[in-house]
Design a binder for this molecule. Structure first.
Ligand code: DX5
Ligand code: ZN
Length: 221
């Protein structure tokens, strides 16, 4: 099992002072910045793009940035995000006409590549592309908004994805996104996740370090 990574979703950060808030959450012990890109087409919400990612890099954010693309089409944004400084780029397979091509495009631009599975997306979308995946992101809410409740049925799906990864022998991270809190993170880890996105649980609390420390202590139980 890989070391656990905590990835605060800056969707719930203060956008008026995004650089400072992102630096604060990293200083509080976060490992990765989760960067949610929504296009008001694939999902019913509109957020931030490559210019904002580049601004965070210019501000001095050096931590890995995990770009979660909730956009359709996918491909034309990949070079822009890679050049802006993305570390991971993940996308939803139903938003790409050619999933293998999109994964390869991400890798050709020097980023780690991954697929995102919605709660109702079948695992068959992983067939034939496991060798191209650095990460699988399993949604535990329907994408589009922060602050939703974790869908309990996704725990069983998580176990199935863990098994697929282990049987494949590939070195693939398993990330969970949506409704992750201090009181369910241990259960999510037990089901096989090794990377945890948390937006409202962290940014909705005045003391980021306290939440992240509590998450880590739950993970070490
Ligand atoms: C939802 C986003 C999530 C969201 C998570 O579409 O992909 O990353 O910000 O927020 P919480 O942790 O509040 O569920
Ligand atoms: Zn996300």
């Amino acid at each position: 099992m890989k070391p656990f990574l905590i990835a605060p979703s800056i969707l719930s950060a203060d956008f008026a002072r995004l650089g400072e808030d992102t630096a604060s959450v990293l200083a509080a012990g976060a490992d990765v910045v989760h960067f949610d890109v929504m296009d008001n087409h694939y999902v019913p919400n509109l957020t931030i793009g490559p210019l904002v990612l580049k601004a965070l890099r210019n501000y001095g954010i050096t931590a890995p940035i995990d770009v979660h693309l909730m956009v359709k089409p996918v491909d034309r944004l990949i070079p822009d995000f890679a050049e802006a400084g993305a570390s991971f780029i993940t996308f939803h397979p139903e938003a790409s006409e050619h999933v293998d091509r999109s994964l390869q495009l991400i890798k050709d631009h020097g980023c780690k590549a991954g697929l995102v599975l919605n709660p109702a997306t079948p695992l068959s979308c992983l067939d034939y592309v496991m060798d191209k995946l650095d990460i699988i992101l399993l949604m535990s809410v329907n994408p589009g908004f922060g602050g939703q409740s974790f869908i309990p049925g996704t725990l069983d799906k998580l176990r199935q994805v863990r098994q697929r990864i282990d049987e494949s022998g590939y070195d693939i991270r398993l990330e969970v996104d949506g409704g992750v809190k201090v009181d369910n993170i241990a259960q999510i880890a037990q089901a096989g996740a090794d990377m945890f996105v948390a937006g409202s649980a962290i940014f909705g609390h005045p003391d980021y370090r306290a939440v992240i420390d509590n998450m880590r202590s739950e993970l070490s139980k």
